[in-house]
Design a protein around this ligand. Structure first.
Ligand SMILES: Cc1cc2nc3c(=O)[nH]c(=O)nc-3n(C[C@H](O)[C@H](O)[C@H](O)COP(=O)(O)O)c2cc1C
Length: 172
């Protein structure tokens, strides 16, 4: 995750490459609820930063993509589970593809999930059934990515049932 960006604009062909990759994201039942709002307008970015609980770096990126799920496309076939669960996962897959595509193009990005849904919806004019899933600022990195420590893998992998150690049972 990169949270400091150079001011250089991202060329349209790069934006399209990122979006074409995200468009291929999987979705439950192939219902394709994912929508992408591409934001370059400085005023809109600033308001998104405010809606993201004041995370100012959102407004400092040359480009922001807001991944949304149109829950109307999930709810028809899958009811509540589609609306409340699949829609979020579908949007998350597409978001992760955006993050990976950014890296592939030498860009940096950050998934921002801490935001006020209603404020984001208002800023972007989203219909009420269209849920914002992630705000993703992108740009050329102006910082080196930090490699954070992770909890030991052994502690997080379970074998056959939760709590049984995989590493003690299986050779590396
Ligand atoms: C659901 C979710 C929400 C997140 N929300 C934010 C956020 O609002 N602001 C932010 O700076 N990073 C956010 N992140 C990024 C995480 O902080 C980051 O992935 C984590 O610290 C690990 O860092 P790394 O991915 O660079 O290794 C979010 C990540 C996830 C998966």
């Amino acid at each position: 995750m990169i949270r400091a960006f150079r001011r250089d604009a991202i060329e349209d062909d790069k934006v399209w490459r990122i979006l074409r990759n995200a468009w291929r994201a999987p979705s439950a039942g192939h219902l394709e609820p994912q929508d992408f709002v591409v934001v370059r307008d400085q005023g809109v970015k600033k308001r998104l930063a405010e809606a993201a609980l004041g995370q100012t770096f959102v407004g400092e990126a040359p480009l922001v993509i807001v991944v949304c799920s149109d829950t109307r496309r999930n709810v028809g076939r899958y009811g509540e589970r589609g609306r409340d669960f699949y829609s979020i996962i579908d949007g998350s897959f597409a978001s992760f593809i955006i993050l990976l595509s950014a890296v592939e193009l030498g860009l940096g990005a950050c998934f921002v999930g801490a935001f006020d849904d209603e404020k984001v919806s208002k800023v972007l004019g989203l219909p009420k059934e269209v849920r914002p899933i992630g705000i993703i600022p992108l740009g050329k990195p102006a910082e080196r990515p930090r490699r954070l420590n992770r909890q030991p893998l052994e502690r997080r992998v379970h074998y056959n049932s939760y709590g049984s150690s995989f590493s003690r049972s299986v050779k590396r």
